[in-house]
Design a binder for this molecule. Sequence first.
Ligand SMILES: [Zn+2]
Length: 289
Amino acid sequence: MLVTLKEILETAEGKGQAVGAFNCTGLESLMAVISAAEELNHPVIIQFAEGHGKLIDFDIMAPIMLSFAHKATVPVCVHFDHGESFDSCKKAIDAGFTGVMIDGSSLPYEENIALTAKVVEYAHEKGASVEAELGSMYASEVGAIEPGKNQELSTEDAYTDPDQAKEFTERTGVDALAVSFGTSHGVYLTKPVLDLDRVTLIKEKAGIPLVMHGGSGLTTSEFQTAIRNGIRKVNYYTYMIMEGGKAAADYVKQADDQGIYFFHDIMNAARDAMKKQVMEEIRVFALEK
Ligand SMILES: [Zn+2]
């Protein structure tokens, strides 16, 4: 059942849980995520990141994702992740996506507000919801830096300011806010320094569902404290897709004995491993383990 981002996050808010938002870069990851959510009977967000257009075309994935969402036995939001412009967000909304993220976090504050407000106006007119980002998913000596973002920022500049989050929310009318409190995208090379109390402060001031990016690699307890403090959507991709890659590699190693490689078996091994991983994380985000 296809639902909006706002609807799926309101349900999560009522239960004090977070919904997993998993990037789909092919049929295997999409099938893994949907079947994991159905098996657990939990709502889920499937998302296509604009930056993943270099892996597979939006135009190929969008109708397939929407079809899976419509047929699913659980509520599913189809979300556009890290939209880089009004036009790309508009394209996703026009395609039928029920949520879009406009990422203006690398812009000056006032420009981020203006761009976000413009996307919100269009999205709400069409019945879709909007996530925006304030602060930077900081990566100093850790994993990958977000493309186009300033590596020289001090920690205080990179972390989301609670008062600014309140003002930003009021002026843009955004439905959910991605906040920065020490997580970063990609693979962690050293342990991230998290400011989990900041999540509570932002939640109190902004009063809307908060989103965590760059959560892959955190401990269960770190995830769950962030969720108790107000995180309602957790973006998750890196460790899921690495799990799939590892399963495919293991399968190939086994097949080396016979020297027979059926590509469909490699894909299915990856899909099954990703499903298992996604089920684990959905249960963590629902505070069930
Ligand atoms: Zn992100």
